[in-house]
Design a protein around this ligand. Structure first.
Ligand code: ADP
Ligand code: MG
Length: 477
C-alpha cells in the first residue's frame, strides 16, 4: 500500500485500480500464507523426516532405505511431473483473480449504466468465468496435495502383503518374518507423513510462487521510481513573482503525438489566467505538469527561481488548491470531504465554513441537509447533484487557504447562475492568489488578466480578452 502510494502520478495512469487493490488485499496474503510460511516450515519438516529416517535405518538399514527410496521416488516423480503445471495454474490464478476484481469493481461502479443497457448478464458472465477458473485452480492444487498420500498408503499396504508372503517362504515361518514386517510397516508409517509434508510444501510453494512474483514485480520495479510521502511539517513553496515554464514537451507513454509541444509560458504571481482551447488540445496535461504530477520529457517548470524537482513539487503542492472536472468524493460526511483525509477530530470547522461560503456551498449545507456538515453523502456523492459535488470540490481546494488555485474545467458542470456566484467568489480572491482557470465556457475566462489559447499542445495566442478578440477573433468563437 505504501509502495503504491509513493508512486508518481503517471503510474496510476497506466494501472488498473482494481488490480492494485487486488495485489494489496489478496496477493500479499496469498504470498505469505501460501509460499513464505511453507518455506519457513520446510526446514523443520526436512529435519523431522531426517530423524525418522535415521531411526528406522538404525533398526534395519536395508528395508528402511528401500522403503524410503520407493516412497521418495514416487513423491519426487509426482512433483517433477506436476511442477510446470502447478506454476501454470498458479499464474492463471493470479490473472483470474485480477479479472474477478476488475469485473466486480466495474459492475458496481457502472451499476446505473449497466442497468439501463440491460447488460447485467454480460457482467455476471465476466465475473463467472474468472471466478470459476480461480476455484478450479485452487481445488486442483489442493487435490494434488492430498491424492498421493492415499495412493502411497494403498501401495504400502500392498507392499506389506507381498513382503509377508515372501518372507514367510524365505524365512520359513511367520515367527521369523514378523519382526522384519514390523520394521517395514513402522518405516512406512513414519516416513509417509514426513515425506508427504515436504511434498505438499513444495507443491504449495510452486502454486503460490506466481503470487509472490506478482507482489515482488511491483515492489522491485524501480521504473517508475518512488517518491517520498508528503511530510506535514514541510513548508510551502509560494510563488512570489512568477511561475515559469520553459520549452515544455510532453508525450504520454505509448502515444504517438506530443500532448505538449515546446511550450513556454510565464505567469505572474497573484494574477488570474484563463486557459482555453478545444477538447484534447492539452489543457489538462499542461495543468498536471504545472501541478508537478507529470514530469515533462523536456523543459522545466520554475517557481520563481526554484526548479520543480520531485522534492520541490511536494512543497509546491502544499500551496496549491486544485479542482478537477470530476470530483472524487469519499463515502463520508460533507466536512470530511472538504477536509479530505484529515481525521475528524483534527478538522478545522472555521476553515470548512469559510471555504464553503466561498464555494457557495454553505447555505445549501445548513438549510437543506438534515445534519448539516455531518451529513453523509454516499459513495462518490450519489446523494448529491453534479453541481453540489463540484462545489464540495471547490470548497476542498480552498480549505487550506492555498496561494495558487487551479480550476480544470471545474465550473463546467455548474448551471449558469451558480457558476456566476462561484466565479464572483473566485474573483474576490483575485489579486491575493494566483488563479489558473481552465474553461470551455468563454464567459468564465472573460475577465481574466490574461487568456491563453492552446491548440494542439502549443500556445496559439495570448493576451487580454479585448486583445485576442482583435487579433484572433476565431479563437474566441
Ligand atoms: P484537454 O484537457 O485540453 O481536453 P488533455 O490534456 O486531457 O486535453 O489531452 C491532450 C492529449 O493527450 C489528448 O490527445 C489526449 O488524448 C491525450 N491524453 C490525455 N491523457 C492521456 C493519457 N493518460 N494517456 C495517453 N494519452 C493521453
Ligand atoms: Mg481536460
Amino acid at each position: 500500500m505504501k509502495d503504491y502510494l509513493r508512486r508518481p502520478y503517471s503510474f496510476f495512469l497506466s494501472r488498473n485500480s482494481s488490480d492494485l487493490a487486488k495485489t494489496v488485499l489478496h496477493e500479499t496474503g496469498q504470498a505469505i500464507s501460501g509460499a513464505l510460511l511453507p518455506a519457513m516450515r520446510l526446514l523443520s519438516q526436512i529435519m523431522l523426516a531426517g530423524f525418522v529416517l535415521a531411526f528406522i535405518i538404525a533398526i534395519n538399514p536395508w528395508i528402511s532405505i528401500l522403503a524410503a527410496s520407493i516412497i521418495g521416488v514416487i513423491y519426487l516423480t509426482i512433483y517433477l511431473t506436476a511442477r510446470k503445471w502447478l506454476n501454470k495454474i498458479g499464474r492463471d490464478r493470479v490473472d483470474a483473480n485480477k479479472e474477478r476484481y476488475t469485473a466486480t469493481a466495474e459492475a458496481f461502479t457502472g451499476a446505473k449504466e449497466i442497468r439501463l443497457l440491460g447488460r447485467e448478464d454480460n457482467y455476471l458472465e465476466r465475473y463467472r468465468q474468472p471466478a470459476k477458473r480461480l476455484a478450479k485452480h485452487e481445488a486442483n492444487s489442493s487435490l494434488l496435495n492430498d491424492t498421493p498420500q492415499y495412493a502411497i498408503e494403498a501401495f504400502t499396504f500392498g507392499g506389506v502383503l507381498i513382503l509377508v508372503t515372501l518372507l514367510i517362504t524365505v524365512e520359513g515361518g511367520i515367527e521369523n518374518a514378523i519382526p522384519i514386517i514390523g520394521v517395514y510397516a513402522l518405516a512406512a508409517r513414519q516416513l509417509i507423513p514426513a515425506f508427504h509434508k515436504i511434498f505438499s510444501t513444495f507443491t504449495a510453494m510452486r502454486f503460490n510462487l506466481p503470487a509472490v512474483d506478482n507482489v515482488l514485480e511491483d515492489l522491485e520495479s524501480d521504473t517508475p521510481k518512488t517518491l517520498p510521502l508528503s511530510n506535514t511539517n514541510e513548508s510551502r513553496l509560494r510563488p512570489k513573482h512568477t511561475i515559469r515554464l520553459t520549452d515544455i514537451s510532453f508525450r504520454y507513454p505509448d502515444s504517438k503525438g506530443f500532448a505538449l509541444d515546446q511550450l513556454s509560458l510565464s505567469i505572474k504571481a497573484n494574477t488570474t489566467i484563463g486557459i482555453i482551447g478545444h477538447s484534447g488540445s492539452g489543457k489538462s496535461t499542461l495543468a498536471d505538469i504545472m501541478l508537478g504530477l507529470l514530469t515533462p520529457g523536456n523543459g522545466s517548470v520554475f517557481i520563481d527561481d526554484t526548479k520543480l524537482t520531485d522534492a520541490a513539487s511536494r512543497q509546491w503542492q502544499k500551496s496549491i488548491g486544485y479542482v478537477p472536472q470530476t470530483i472524487f468524493l469519499a463515502d463520508q460526511s460533507i466536512k470530511e470531504n472538504i477536509a479530505l483525509g484529515i481525521p475528524e477530530n483534527e478538522i478545522d470547522m472555521a476553515s470548512v465554513i469559510h471555504a464553503s461560503k466561498l464555494a457557495e456551498l454553505h447555505d445549501f449545507v445548513t438549510s437543506e441537509l438534515p445534519s448539516g456538515y455531518n451529513t453523509i453523502i454516499g459513495e462518490r456523492g450519489v446523494r448529491l447533484s453534479g453541481g453540489q459535488r463540484q462545489r464540495i470540490g471547490i470548497a476542498r481546494a480552498l480549505y487550506n487557504n492555498p496561494d495558487v488555485l487551479f480550476f480544470d474545467e471545474a465550473t463546467s458542470a455548474l448551471d449558469n447562475a451558480t457558476e456566476k456566484l462561484v466565479m464572483r467568489s473566485i474573483k474576490k480572491l483575485s489579486g491575493t492568489k494566483t488563479i489558473i482557470l481552465i474553461a470551455h465556457r468563454l464567459s468564465t475566462v472573460r475577465s481574466c488578466d490574461e487568456i491563453i489559447v492552446i491548440d494542439k499542445g502549443k500556445i496559439l495566442t495570448k493576451g487580454t480578452w479585448d486583445e485576442i478578440s482583435a487579433s484572433h477573433p476565431a479563437a474566441l468563437a
